[in-house]
Write a protein that binds this ligand. Sequence first.
Ligand SMILES: *[C@@H]1O[C@H](CO)[C@@H](O)[C@H](O)[C@H]1NC(C)=O
Ligand SMILES: *[C@@H]1O[C@H](CO)[C@@H](O)[C@H](O)[C@H]1NC(C)=O
Ligand SMILES: *[C@@H]1O[C@H](CO)[C@@H](O)[C@H](O)[C@H]1NC(C)=O
Ligand SMILES: *[C@@H]1O[C@H](CO)[C@@H](O)[C@H](O)[C@H]1NC(C)=O
Ligand SMILES: *[C@@H]1O[C@H](CO)[C@@H](O)[C@H](O)[C@H]1NC(C)=O
Ligand SMILES: *[C@@H]1O[C@H](CO)[C@@H](O)[C@H](O)[C@H]1NC(C)=O
Length: 392
Amino acid sequence: MGRNRDENNEKHAGLLRLAQALSFLVVFVAGVVIGLTTTSHINRTSYTISQSNQQKQQQEQVVVVNDNNNNKKKKEDEDECVFDFETFLHPTTVNHSMSDNEVLWRASLKPHNQNNPFTTIPKIAFMFLTRGPLPMLPLWERFFQGHSHLFNIYIHSPPAFSLNLSSSSPFHNRNIPSQDVSWGTVTLADAERRLLANALLDFSNQRFVLLSESCIPVYNFPTVYRYLTDSAHTFVESYDDPSRYGRGRYSRSMLPDIQLKHWRKGSQWFELNRALAVYIVSDTHYYSLFRKYCKPACYPDEHYIPTFLNMFHGSHNSNRTVTWVDWSMGGPHPATYGRVNITISFIQAIRNNGTLCRYNSDMTSICFLFARKFDHTALEPLLNLSSQVMNF
Ligand SMILES: *[C@@H]1O[C@H](CO)[C@@H](O)[C@H](O)[C@H]1NC(C)=O
Ligand SMILES: *[C@@H]1O[C@H](CO)[C@@H](O)[C@H](O)[C@H]1NC(C)=O
Ligand SMILES: *[C@@H]1O[C@H](CO)[C@@H](O)[C@H](O)[C@H]1NC(C)=O
Ligand SMILES: *[C@@H]1O[C@H](CO)[C@@H](O)[C@H](O)[C@H]1NC(C)=O
Ligand SMILES: *[C@@H]1O[C@H](CO)[C@@H](O)[C@H](O)[C@H]1NC(C)=O
Ligand SMILES: *[C@@H]1O[C@H](CO)[C@@H](O)[C@H](O)[C@H]1NC(C)=O
């Protein structure tokens, strides 16, 4: 019980990594130069990157690189204004070629001065950890429609995979530099931390949701936004499972730093606030113990964050997940829903099944904001009922 072992077999050719690393290097140089020279005329509030914007950026990239080669001396002589504050706060691209260690370190930086010399509307970072196409894309696009100032999207997909997206899609050009993921190994937790680190680079992101390609939203954007940004707690499932699927995966090699009493389990589909996300990307010590000693049948993605939060930040966690899933069929896989299963009453039951959940100091009938797992055949019926049942 507990996870999709079928995903285990999905291994990707390691050869791609070399090519990936080389192309990252090229883009890193261009990216740094762009970062240092981007001027304030770039619209910082628009998160819908249009085709023309994209072309403009590419042109700038070429111009800037030439400039750098030919006029290096001149540049050095100038009174340089190398840092654009707005671009520092809100990077205009998610493409870069920082290594994992570099981006994790950058993301760990936290201002000590609490008097921000800027105002920012809190945004939600929707982080999609995918194995390929996004079958629910049209539903998500409808969900995001009209709210572009309140969210950022980050996609981690297999490195060689490219999504064929229209330039008007909020998913367009939101692929972070990704690496191969072998589901069930530490590379999956690496990908989660990589997503968090990349999303932390934008200072307007205050909440961080991890989603998969089989997830759907079950409430509309304004409800999801308020629910997350108004919550005093994060939504990371974290519980003590005394069975061999929980405590049984603990290794005494993690002593003395991680004791059995600290050990927790939870769904990998987390929601974190900014402060806790910074703690997680900053942690090297405990994560290295998981890397060394949490190997199948121990799965870092199910234990690392629940255990780490329990050890240090338990009071900030709700210990429940906002992503609904159906384990009722038993066995190692949660149920997958397709076309024939999608009915109004089914979606309504996910939205509110009569159970109340704790929210801040109150109780609420809204326990879940997202649901999994849905296959591509579920898309059409979901689009048909979304306005009637989910108000978007
Ligand atoms: C992002 O980087 C990759 C290589 O790492 C490159 O092929 C691609 O063109 C870049 N995308 C953009 C929009 O610059
Ligand atoms: C990308 O999508 C467009 C429009 O849906 C389609 O016309 C085009 O053939 C697709 N390209 C690829 C490479 O799949
Ligand atoms: C979640 O669990 C922690 C222990 O890790 C506890 O301190 C905290 O109060 C729990 N949160 C809620 C909302 O009950
Ligand atoms: C979906 O519907 C089919 C046909 O009614 C049924 O056999 C299957 O068990 C349903 N799946 C779930 C997850 O409920
Ligand atoms: C409603 O959902 C909660 C949380 O998943 C579950 O514990 C409970 O059994 C469900 N209640 C009904 C009546 O289905
Ligand atoms: C969705 O709506 C369209 C248009 O009303 C209809 O043709 C189609 O059969 C519906 N599909 C499902 C699965 O309900």
